[in-house]
Design a protein around this ligand. Structure first.
Ligand SMILES: Cc1cc2nc3c(=O)[nH]c(=O)nc-3n(C[C@H](O)[C@H](O)[C@H](O)COP(=O)(O)O)c2cc1C
Length: 191
């Protein structure tokens, strides 16, 4: 079994990466293969509404000039998907938004190809707006007929500079519990 985690932050070793790795460490401890995929440094574009994915139905986006088809393939092959984003003006980062639009549309064009995979959101935030990000990420999972494991709080870690989320004890514990719950869910539903 495999979980792919996408980090939508422009900081590759920032707070979102730390939070995602806390979840991934729990999954690894349960014997689940993991991969952390960074959007940082990879220019990505939003959906151009060409709807060619609905014509071709080949599990690919017609826009081939960025990494989105690589992301779609990784989602297709995984049993679980983590979407991690920093809070930018009370919403997801632009990179994460592009991923949601492009991977989401191709998924819907191809008989809901992420159906019944496990999916969970991870959010880094300095002060406010994280719950909007959490909701935006969860919309991706629910419209794609995915199953969302919960945790002991909503999956948010507080911090500004890289590393500060490590001081958010409840945020850290929330990520660890999320990882345990996601592993439990995967074993119940994907084995
Ligand atoms: C463009 C931009 C917008 C931001 N907007 C918010 C915001 O609306 N609310 C907030 O609490 N923090 C905001 N922040 C702070 C980040 O969410 C915070 O520093 C977070 O830990 C960054 O995660 P990262 O280290 O993974 O990039 C913003 C940061 C940037 C660069």
């Amino acid at each position: 079994m495999k979980v792919i985690a996408f980090n939508g932050s422009v900081r590759k070793d920032g707070n979102t990466a730390i939070l995602l790795n806390l979840v991934l460490d729990e999954l690894k401890a349960e014997g689940i293969e993991t991969e952390l995929y960074l959007l940082a440094g990879k220019p990505v574009h939003g959906c151009i509404a060409c709807f060619k994915c609905f014509e071709k139905k080949n599990k690919r986006c017609a826009v081939e000039k960025d990494v989105m088809n690589e992301c779609i393939q990784k989602m297709d092959e995984a049993d679980g998907i983590l979407l991690g984003s920093p809070t930018y003006f009370a919403d997801v980062s632009a990179g994460m938004k592009a991923l949601i639009e492009r991977c989401g549309m191709v998924g819907r064009a191809n008989a809901d190809m992420y159906k019944r995979k496990a999916g969970a959101a991870v959010v880094a935030c300095r002060r406010a707006g994280a719950i909007s990000v959490f909701n935006s990420l969860n919309y991706f999972f629910t419209i794609n007929e995915m199953i969302i494991p919960g945790s002991s709080y909503w999956n948010i870690g507080m911090g500004r500079q890289p590393g500060e989320v490590n001081s958010d004890a409840e945020g850290v514990q929330t990520m660890k519990n999320l990882g345990k719950n996601m592993a439990w869910l995967l074993k119940k539903t994907r084995q």
